[in-house]
Design a protein. Sequence first.
Length: 78
Amino acid sequence: MVVETSEQMIVDKGKAVASEHDLLVLILQEQLATQKAEQELLKEEVKNLSESQQHVIKTQDDMNLKLDDILKFIAKQP
């Protein structure tokens, strides 16, 4: 009987360790899912910033061309 009790305790401890392990795995999976979601949001923000930056560059180039035309026009005036 003592052996069975001892073995039962070992089995119970194993279940407790397995249960703790399962809980840890679930926590890590949840954290990983959260990090993946945050990473996707950051990727989208970077994409939006990049597109916005390209728009700003184009606007600056357009303004530079217009200013160059104005300066050329003014330079031609007597």
